[in-house]
Design a protein around this ligand. Sequence first.
Ligand SMILES: C[S@@+](CC[C@H](N)C(=O)[O-])C[C@H]1O[C@@H](n2cnc3c(N)ncnc32)[C@H](O)[C@@H]1O
Length: 218
Amino acid sequence: MNEPLTRQPEPEYMDLDDEAVVYAEADFADVNAAFVERLIELTPAPGPLLALDLGTGPADIPRRAVAARPGWRIVAQDASFAMLSIARRADRAMGLVQSDAKRLPFAPASFDLVFSNSILHHITNVEPFWAEVKRVAKPGAAVFLRDLARPDSAERAHAIVETYSGREPDLLKEEFYRSLLSAYTPGEIRGQLERAGLAMLDVALVTDRHVDIWGTVP
Ligand SMILES: C[S@@+](CC[C@H](N)C(=O)[O-])C[C@H]1O[C@@H](n2cnc3c(N)ncnc32)[C@H](O)[C@@H]1O
């Protein structure tokens, strides 16, 4: 039997101009639309709320979320100036905050909803990250994170890259491959949540490459 694939961390912030541009230009329309659909399912009340998007990148997801739920106010946070300048060009009105997700500049219990797509696999020191998610969420807040799940083998990672990004530029394919190897397994994520006092959150594989983490904090 093959050994499980060991995690190979990739750089945390996406702060190189060319990687930010190639990421922002890639076609994530379907995956981002699916993310927002699930986000809205998890927060069914149509009224106003204050949300935080961690590692927003080009901020396509919060733009889609606000289009679907005009009553939402979303703070879109990222550590990368390169990503935030792309987000700013796309929407001058978006509330953008530059900071590290492991040290957020927000008061405790600030947000009704905390969400993120594809930040977790960037973070190796996950304890302060989960501590911040817990700290800034209001009691009763909804939490939804989606990320890549590390495949069983390098061959499987290559096959996923070819299936979903075969036509994308080489740099994006290389980054996707590195991201898959840097991702956590559902079992590793459950361990992180238990250590963070967030074991009430659910964790499940939802596609051949995505893991969801969702629930309500007490
Ligand atoms: C793969 S991109 C995802 C962007 C966006 N959420 C999306 O789905 O399009 C990951 C983003 O997380 C950001 N990031 C990684 N580690 C971070 C940290 N510790 N604090 C804040 N942002 C971080 C990167 O700079 C990058 O913009």
